[in-house]
Design a protein around this ligand. Structure first.
Ligand SMILES: C[S@@+](CC[C@H](N)C(=O)[O-])C[C@H]1O[C@@H](n2cnc3c(N)ncnc32)[C@H](O)[C@@H]1O
Length: 284
């Protein structure tokens, strides 16, 4: 396990993933009944944008750094877009002191900040050092439990939630060649145990066709789903992350409308030349 999210935290892919994640959470909160959030690949929860890792790549500058100025002030979009990204913006503001953009919240922190006292978090991370960091930061929260399992084991052992309402984030590092297929297996196993769960899978767009394979695979399932990709530039043979996407299975019904408003604005703001987004919705 070589991947450390600290090198990439706050990049354009995190911005897309976390804005969609925050929208899903906000929609789930529309109903009073409690729900449970599962982070199968939790990372460490919160990241130092001035840390050694972040300063090796500066990826965040073309991500969160395009939505906030260095003094932590929002670089605003239209009012309509701002209303939709407000929950995510509030999370970024919450981990920073006023007047500075120095930290970026990961998915555990975003969800911890957005969940209600009745909701529950189950965080998982396999890397031994990152697991200890995650445990130290989140174990004190009475709503939260932290585990160190392989993500597939985590999904298999945790689902379904006792509340019968839940959101599962599958966010692997895609270090190995078969990791896309492995991630899809997590969805299949998860859906087998919890068919009504909301599943959010993140994937990279690098030009290797993984985005289309994921679309084909979810289309073959009898699920309602939303698939969205944002390419900030054309994929290049020298690699790098040209874009990313998320697929949401059993999406909250207004999420599609949110994406129609959000994606043109995000594509324009995060563009590194020839940005492109695609949204596909299917219902059986
Ligand atoms: C992309 S990062 C997660 C970022 C986090 N979800 C966020 O949005 O802030 C992927 C994480 O998965 C962990 N990981 C890699 N393989 C794993 C596995 N088989 N099971 C659980 N975690 C794994 C890595 O150590 C890394 O911290």
């Amino acid at each position: 396990m070589n991947y450390r999210h600290a090198y990439h935290a706050g990049n354009h892919a995190d911005v897309l993933k976390h804005i969609v994640l925050a929208r899903v959470i906000e929609h789930l909160k529309q109903k009073d009944a409690p729900f449970r959030f599962y982070d199968a690949h939790g990372g460490i929860g919160s990241y130092d944008l001035g840390g050694v890792e972040a300063e090796k790549t500066f990826e965040w500058r073309d991500g969160v750094g395009r939505l906030f100025s260095m003094d932590g002030a929002p670089l605003p979009f239209s009012e309509e877009v701002e209303n939709l990204i407000a929950p995510w913006r509030n999370c970024v503001a919450a981990v920073n002191e006023a007047g500075a953009l120095k930290r970026y919240p990961g998915s555990p922190e975003i969800v911890r900040l957005l969940l209600r006292p009745v909701d529950r978090l189950r965080l998982n991370e396999l890397h031994p050092v990152d697991y200890e960091t995650l445990l130290a930061a989140y174990a004190p929260d009475r709503r939260t439990a932290v585990s160190r399992l392989d993500a597939l084991m985590f999904v298999k052992s945790q689902l379904p939630p006792p509340e019968r309402r839940g959101l599962i984030l599958v966010d692997p590092p895609y270090e190995k060649t078969n990791e896309g297929e492995h991630a899809l297996r997590m969805l299949t196993e998860g859906l087998r145990r919890f068919a009504t769960g909301v599943f959010l899978l993140w994937f990279p767009v690098t030009g290797d066709g993984l985005d289309r394979r994921i679309l084909d695979a979810v289309r073959a399932t009898p699920t309602k789903h939303l698939w969205v990709t944002l390419n900030v530039r054309k994929p290049r043979p020298d690699g790098g992350l040209a874009g990313s996407g998320v697929v949401v299975i059993n999406p909250p019904w207004k999420l599609g409308d949110d994406l129609e408003i959000l994606m043109p604005a995000l594509a324009e703001r995060l563009s590194q030349g020839e940005p492109r987004f695609e949204i596909k919705f299917a219902a059986p």
